[in-house]
Every structure is written in structure tokens, then in C-alpha cells.
Design a protein around this ligand. Structure first.
Ligand code: PLP
Length: 450
């Protein structure tokens, strides 16, 4: 086993850059006098290599809502490895995957009774896009190939997810290789009209009409699906305006277009409901999930589809493979075992109700930062929040590194993207810990910005 606490050689190794880190300014990180390494995680805290305890303000990367080192999860991992450590999912299966699919379907909106497993959010999104294309093709509508994403959307890094995603830095290097036939809706957030909204903004539902314009431009018969995150997470908690998702649903239904909710962040409780679909009362045709389903302990993702979609695939000769798609690790026994324990814990601890209890606490606390002159906007919904910092010297994102470093000094592991700091605390945090988290963040901003 690697000695995580005293393996100081790894600090020097890290400086060499042999390990090329994802979504990281690798050279900046290597030059940093303080090594940015974590050695331990327990409950809602990490321990860094210099022994500092850090509150996990984003539940890992939105994926560890039940906190770290949960004994029931640790036990399940051990037992599963000793019992069935791997099972091929092509033409063979195991009971853990079947029963987990059933439990997830039970949690999903009515009529969404079929689950296809993947291993990450990116894989789940690409799976969803392929399901949409396949569905139309089987129905004899193969001309429906267009996908509609949204500006500032994040749907992972596969070619499909990148193409429907709307973050320029993730796209520009690969521009010539995007999926063909992709358009983007504008995101429904403008600080000018919606800044400092509590929960869902009242402004912005009219942005759903962008979809109507694309239908008019391309004709509905060429459009396969619209994919949106119900709450845009990675680009800083952009909350859907009241009526916005409802209107997207309406336009999709009227035009035979599938609506995909990418619930990789919002799925499994972050909105105080199993899925954001239930929180907002809008039923999509496909839901993607990942992250919290296994509390981040073992990678897992997947898509949930309606009976109509599944039944459409289940036609043709019985010996045929209905969907030529899947991963070596789809429905992995270890991930399935962990998924079961996670759902057990969520049920027995009534975790969605807990999120609903904590939501007003986070809301009150985070909006109390409004008096800081460097803060330009604050948004929140469910157990998510984001604080925008005014750019300095006309340069966007100039202070993220200083904020991140000061966060470490104040005992916070922060998620800073550009001028936005996002919060997605663990559901098991206490009210006091949430208040303490925002209190420490106030000190960070007072030190760096004021
Ligand atoms: N979709 C959404 C909404 C996400 O937030 C993410 C990751 O944050 C992804 C997809 C990609 O997930 P992964 O990093 O597991 O591939």
C-alpha cells in the first residue's frame, strides 16, 4: 500500500510532471512552493500533505455527498471484491447490476424504467446522445441527427459531450473535430437581470424560445435531442429561471425532439429530490447520472430512459444486439455494490429531506456575502451555490489562484473557476459546519479582495 502521509518523495516526483494532471495548470502547480497534495479524507474533511484539515466545500468534485471513508461503503467494497470482483456485462450479467438498475428506476420519474450503465459522466452523456440517434433511426426518422446543447453547458470531455458543451476553452483546441449538426441555445442567465436571485430567477424563461428559433431554422425533422443540465453546475451554478425547463419540454414534445437532462451533478439528491427532474417538475426523456451514485468511491455513470425509448430498441430480430454500445466496466460489480450501499444510506438517513433542511441555511449564509464590495453575484439552489468575484484590471479570472491558496490557509478546499467560486457541500455537513464554511470563505475574500 502507498504510504499517503509520509511519502514526501512523491512531492519531488510531482514536480517533474510525469503525472500530467487533468484540467490543471500543471506548470503553475509544479512551481508552487506548497505542494498541493491530499493524504487522507474522513467525513467532510480532507487532510493535506502539510497536515492541514480542509473542509471539502464541493464534495470532492460534486461526487461525495455522504462524506469520506464511510465505514459501510468500505465494508461493501471489501466484501464485493472477495465475492465477485468483475463480471463481463456483454451477454452475461450479475444480480447487483440488475437490482441497482431497478432501484434507480424506482427513484426516477414515472415511466423511466430502464437503466444503461457507464463509468463516468462523459460516457453517460455520449451514451445518451447515441441512444437519441438510435431511437430516431429505429423509428425511421434517421434524418434527425442534430443535437442542441447550450452555451456554458458542461457535458464532459468525450467528442459528443464536448460538442454539445458550451465552454469555449474546452472546445477551441479541437474545433475541427466536433460532432456535425450541433447548435447551442443561449444560457438563461444574465447578471444584469438576475443577479443575487435566491433559488430560481424570475427572469430568463424566454430564452427557451431559442429552441423554437432553431426548430424554425433547421426544421424539427432534423433535430434528435436537446441536452441541458437542469442547473448548470461546472460553469458556476446557473439556476433555471422559473418556467424555463417547462417551456423546453413543451417545445420538444410538440416537435418530437428528445429532451435529455444531464443530471451528473444534480442526480441523487443535490436538489433535495432524487433528480432535478422531480425538483423542477419536468420529465425529460433521458437522464444521465454519475458521481453521487457511488459517492465517488468507485466510478459509475449511466442513463435512464423512458419505456418508449427502451421498447423502441427492443424490436427487430431477437438474436440481434439492439444497441451496439457499452463499456468493459458497464455495471461493474464493485460499482453496483457501492451504489446499493449509497442508496441504502440515502434512504435510511432520509438524505433528500436533509438536503431540503440545509438548503435555506446555505442560502442565508451565502447571500450574507453580498455586502463584500468584490462580490458581483451570488446564486443558490438545493445544496449548491456560487459566488462571482468582480474581475480586476479588466482581466477575467485574475484572482482565482490567490483565492484558492487563501482558502487552503483558512481550512477550505475551494472550487474556483475563473471568477466564480462554487459550493456543493456534503449532505452530511451540519448546519454549523455550513455556517463555518461560509464564515471562513468571508475571511478568504476579505484577505484577498477587499
Ligand atoms: N456532465 C456534467 C453535468 C458534469 O458536471 C460532468 C462533470 O463534472 C460531466 C458530465 C462529466 O463527468 P466525468 O468527469 O465523470 O466524465
Amino acid at each position: 500500500m502507498v504510504d499517503m502521509s509520509s511519502n514526501f518523495d512523491s512531492v519531488n516526483e510531482a514536480r517533474k510532471g510525469t503525472y500530467w494532471q487533468p484540467f490543471t495548470s500543471n506548470r503553475l502547480l509544479r512551481a508552487n512552493p506548497e505542494p498541493r497534495m491530499l493524504t487522507k479524507a474522513e467525513g467532510i474533511y480532507y487532510t493535506s500533505i502539510n497536515g492541514t484539515r480542509l473542509l471539502d466545500t464541493l464534495s470532492g468534485l460534486w461526487c461525495t455527498p455522504l462524506g469520506h471513508a464511510h465505514p459501510r461503503i468500505a465494508e461493501a467494497v471489501k466484501t464485493q471484491v472477495e465475492t465477485l470482483d468483475f463480471a463481463p456485462s456483454f451477454q452475461m450479467t450479475h444480480s447487483g447490476a440488475i437490482s441497482l438498475a431497478e432501484r434507480i428506476a424506482e427513484m426516477a420519474p414515472e415511466g423511466m424504467n430502464h437503466v444503461f450503465f457507464a463509468n463516468s459522466g462523459s460516457e453517460s452523456v455520449d451514451t445518451a446522445l447515441k441512444v437519441a440517434l438510435g431511437f430516431h433511426r429505429i423509428k425511421g426518422e434517421g434524418n434527425r441527427f442534430r443535437m442542441i446543447g447550450r452555451e456554458r453547458g458542461y457535458h464532459g470531455v468525450g467528442f459528443g459531450g464536448m460538442s454539445v458543451g458550451g465552454i469555449v476553452s474546452n472546445r477551441k483546441m479541437f474545433a475541427p473535430c466536433m460532432m456535425p449538426g450541433v447548435d447551442h441555445l443561449r444560457h438563461p442567465y444574465e447578471p444584469e437581470y438576475a443577479a443575487f436571485s435566491h433559488g430560481q430567477p424570475t427572469w430568463g424563461a424566454e430564452r427557451a424560445e431559442d429552441l423554437q428559433r432553431l426548430v424554425a431554422l433547421h426544421d424539427a425533422s432534423t433535430i434528435a435531442a436537446v441536452i441541458v443540465e437542469p442547473v448548470q453546475g461546472s460553469t458556476g451554478v446557473l439556476v433555471p429561471p422559473i418556467g424555463y425547463l417547462e417551456r423546453l419540454r413543451e417545445i420538444c414534445t410538440q416537435n418530437g425532439i428528445l429532451l435529455i437532462f444531464d443530471e451528473v451533478i444534480t442526480g441523487f439528491g443535490r436538489m433535495g429530490a432524487p433528480f432535478a427532474a422531480q425538483r423542477f417538475g419536468v420529465k425529460p426523456d433521458i437522464i444521465t447520472f454519475a458521481k453521487a451514485v457511488t459517492n465517488g468511491v468507485v466510478p459509475m455513470g449511466g442513463v435512464i430512459v423512458t419505456d418508449e425509448i427502451y421498447n423502441t430498441f427492443m424490436t427487430g430480430p431477437e438474436s440481434a444486439i439492439e444497441f451496439c454500445h457499452g463499456y468493459t466496466y458497464s455495471g461493474h460489480p464493485l460499482a453496483a455494490a457501492v451504489g446499493h450501499v449509497v442508496l441504502d444510506i440515502m434512504e435510511s438517513e432520509d438524505i433528500f429531506a436533509r438536503v431540503r433542511e440545509l438548503e435555506p441555511v446555505l442560502e442565508e449564509e451565502v447571500h450574507s456575502l453580498k455586502d463584500l464590495s468584490c462580490v458581483s453575484d451570488i446564486r443558490n439552489i438545493g445544496l449548491t451555490a456560487a459566488v462571482d468575484i468582480k474581475p480586476i484590471e479588466g482581466k477575467a479570472g485574475a484572482r482565482w489562484s490567490a483565492i484558492f491558496e487563501e482558502g487552503l490557509r483558512q481550512g477550505l478546499l475551494l472550487r474556483c473557476t475563473g471568477d466564480t467560486v462554487s459550493f456543493g457541500p456534503p449532505f452530511v455537513a451540519s448546519e454549523q459546519e455550513l455556517r463555518g464554511m461560509i464564515g471562513s470563505f468571508r475571511k478568504v475574500l476579505e484577505t484577498v479582495c477587499e
